[in-house]
Design a protein around this ligand. Structure first.
Ligand SMILES: NC(=O)c1ccc[n+]([C@@H]2O[C@H](COP(=O)([O-])OP(=O)(O)OC[C@H]3O[C@@H](n4cnc5c(N)ncnc54)[C@H](OP(=O)(O)O)[C@@H]3O)[C@@H](O)[C@H]2O)c1
Length: 323
């Protein structure tokens, strides 16, 4: 099969389209004929050697796919063959990939493979940020950084569904418009010579927000903490601008703040991932959740997809189409 591999860490140019052996589904696994593979910010960090750095090279990138079940491994119900599915699946920048059958989400006809490939990594993260980590109640306020990005737009929609007031940050006017279209009540554009925490206070009658969801890290951390209301919670879940400074517990007392983190790869309580996956699939099928496809390019153009994602040029989901 053809797959995107890299033999050394570096810039997008290290990604190569190569012929590699087909994978074989093991016990409890299925083989998926990939139609679309999701691109995630973490893939760019892996490629640069900043994340998962101990995995041996050469390595096929990717962590999610949508496509057709082509074959099942030992112990898997053969009726899966031919069904349209999306799944968390490693090595998914490829024509074929394998994954445990328990990871599969069957895609309804009205959901495209591209949308399916955009649902799981970012959707599960968004779902847990709202329903497992921060759990805002109706009327509370949430500040979402990178609000027009893949995780950002999904989190925004889920936060609105629980009745929260949602503030977002983005880097330009077009992204601000998109965030508003997806439900943001107010949007801050970085670099407009305004202080983010002052803006948040103005937007919240001087109180600050109850929750900040921070995927940017180094460049937003101080403003994120300063934007919180008393008893507010900062959830860290990414380092797009670099790792944040160490948490100073003393600095949390004045407003009784909490700082927590969320990681999709943490072992989750039994059944929780399946519940989140089903909720996302249902919301997508019923039109209550939209996956905004920002950039869809052929598998061979994975380097372009990475370059665009890491220079902040994308909105919504970046997908590789596999023909
Ligand atoms: N913890 C987890 O389990 C988990 C799971 C999935 C994703 N994540 C994290 O969530 C974040 C979003 O992931 P995504 O795949 O949805 O990407 P994304 O948000 O679509 O793209 C990254 C966005 O981050 C913003 N950004 C701010 N500073 C940046 C910088 N110095 N370099 C690059 N981007 C910067 C940009 O938005 P603006 O231009 O609007 O500022 C950019 O568009 C990433 O940090 C990712 O690692 C974490």
């Amino acid at each position: 099969m053809r797959a995107i591999r890299y033999h050394e860490v570096g810039g997008p140019e290290v990604l190569r389209l190569e012929e590699v052996p087909d994978p074989t589904p093991g016990p409890g696994e299925v083989l998926i004929r990939v139609k679309a593979a999701g691109v995630n910010f973490a893939d760019t960090e892996r490629r640069r050697g900043l994340y998962d750095a101990t995995v041996p090279l050469p390595r096929i990138l990717g962590s999610e796919a949508a496509g057709l079940v082509e074959r099942v491994g030992p112990g898997v119900d053969a009726s899966w063959v031919g069904r349209r599915v999306a799944a968390l699946a490693s090595n998914s920048y490829a024509e074929l990939t394998t994954t445990p059958v328990g990871e599969l989400l069957e895609l309804p006809e009205q959901v495209s493979f591209e949308e399916g490939a955009g649902l799981l990594v970012q959707g599960l993260t968004a779902w847990h940020l709202i329903h497992t980590s921060s759990r805002p109640s109706s009327g509370q306020s949430v500040l979402i950084h990178a609000a027009a990005g893949g995780v950002g737009l999904l989190t925004l929609q889920l936060a609105k569904q629980v009745g929260a007031r949602v503030l977002g940050t983005v880097s330009n006017g077009a992204k601000a418009e998109l965030a508003r279209e997806h439900g943001a009540d107010a949007v801050f554009i970085h670099g407009a010579r305004r202080d983010l925490a002052d803006w948040v206070r103005r937007e919240t009658e001087g109180r600050g927000v109850d929750v900040v969801l921070d995927s940017i890290g180094a460049s937003t951390w101080g403003a994120s903490l300063a934007s919180l209301a008393p008893f507010g919670q900062l959830v860290a879940y990414g380092n797009a601008s670099g790792p944040p400074p160490p948490v100073e517990v003393e600095a949390l007392y004045e407003k009784s703040l909490s700082v927590t983190a969320y990681w999709l790869r943490t072992p989750h309580p039994e059944g929780l991932q399946a519940r989140a996956r089903a909720a996302l699939g249902q919301a997508l099928a019923q039109g209550q959740l939209r996956v905004k496809l920002g950039l869809v390019v052929p598998l061979a153009e994975a380097a372009t997809a990475h370059q665009q994602l890491e220079t902040r040029a994308t909105v919504g989901k970046v997908v590789l189409r596999v023909d």
